[in-house]
Design a protein around this ligand. Structure first.
Ligand code: CA
Length: 364
């Protein structure tokens, strides 16, 4: 990071004690076996109040410090403190910050195939997404896209299957969606747009006020635990399920490639290990906490409502039409989409036979 940028950060008052500490690798990577002191800053897209998703960033930083005996430390900053929440990618790409924790689908405007890194409507659950990323060629494919921008990404958190959003009135048919102003990012937003929704992309920390003031009619964030913390149940009543656009979204950590390549191999390996830990821990937190939060919401008057079969079927058809169009227009989308689709067919068949048949029996 450049000195000038450091001064700018300090000037905006962002935790100046840590920001003004030295950053980057000091000197050559390794000399005589001694590992260098490295101080990085991490921008995130998350409010600090969300201990789950901001926790993903924190897990990486905490574990890295422990694994390197405090020699490689990263300070995580809440959304907006270093850069605006939806500009984390740009900040990492430009080298204004070494690393960021965010959702890749905020940046589908740069390359629509980045949607696969997070979640595609009617795509993968968390378990399937991890299988695709780590063992199905997914991560290699996504890293190739990021390489074009001078960035390297690693999966670093998953929310599990999300809820289908908060609405001020009931939505029974596709026709009811027309003209609604809804906060929903990524490819899910593009599908909703085709169903007639006026799509808005707002960072998590701005959703409640927009709903409460009537700037939007509906919004999705994650699920009961986080949505309750954001107060979305205070601004709306109808809580839909399932979150068909995000069956198991991954959060990514993005690293400036030039900075990454300057790290000693030992730090790269520790970093990667910390991202695996964040990926597992965040999912466990959401899975463990959502049920209890859902009970509280329902007790407080939230009305749980399932999407109608008509809406789900139309949305699924629309999603795959959109994918086929994008694949025809964009070679980089096509290169990921076709093997993704084949992987999906195979893993769906396996899960339907085994895990889903078990779940259906055991929970009924
Ligand atoms: Ca969401």
């Amino acid at each position: 990071m450049k000195r000038r940028t450091l001064i700018n950060y300090a000037a905006v008052g962002a935790a100046s004690a840590t920001v003004t500490a030295c950053t980057n690798v000091s000197g050559p990577a390794v000399q005589g076996g001694a590992l260098p002191t490295v101080r990085w800053n991490m921008a995130t897209s998350w409010p600090i109040s969300l201990d789950t998703i901001f926790g993903g960033a924190k897990t990486i930083c905490d574990r890295l410090k422990e694994m390197t005996g405090g020699r490689f430390t990263i300070t995580p900053f809440p959304a907006g403190e270093l850069v605006p929440p939806l500009q984390v990618f740009d900040a990492v790409q430009g080298g204004n910050v070494e690393v960021g924790h965010t959702a890749s689908y905020y940046y589908v405007g740069k390359n629509p195939a980045l949607g696969f890194a997070t979640s595609m409507p009617f795509g993968f659950t968390a378990q399937q997404q991890n299988a695709w990323l780590y063992q199905g060629g997914g991560l290699d494919a996504i890293q190739k896209i990021y390489a074009d921008f001078g960035v390297i990404n690693f999966p670093a958190g998953n929310t599990g299957t999300q809820m289908g959003g908060w609405f001020k009135r009931e939505i029974k048919t596709v026709a009811d969606l027309k003209g609604l102003k809804m906060r929903i990012p990524g490819i899910g937003g593009e599908v909703m747009n085709r169903l007639g929704v006026n799509v808005q992309v707002l960072p998590g920390g701005e959703i409640y006020l927009a709903l409460e003031r009537g700037a939007i009619d509906a919004a999705e964030w994650i699920g009961p635990y986080d949505d309750e913390k954001l107060g979305l149940h205070k601004a709306t009543q109808f809580y839909y399920y399932p979150g068909w656009w995000e069956p198991g979204p991954t959060l990514d950590v993005l690293v400036n490639r030039a900075q990454w390549e300057r790290l000693p191999k030992e730090y790269q390996e520790a970093f990667k290990t910390a991202t695996y830990e964040a990926n597992a821990t965040m999912l466990a937190q959401y899975e463990a906490r959502n049920g209890e939060a859902l009970k509280r919401l329902v007790a407080g008057g939230t009305k749980l409502t399932a999407y109608s079969k008509e809406i789900l079927q139309t949305a699924q058809k629309t999603a795959f039409e959109l994918y086929e169009e994008k694949a025809a227009q964009n070679p980089s989308f096509k290169a990921i989409y076709e093997p993704w689709k084949a992987f999906r067919e195979q893993i769906y068949q396996w899960d339907k036979l085994n895990e889903l048949s078990f779940n259906n029996f055991a929970t009924s």
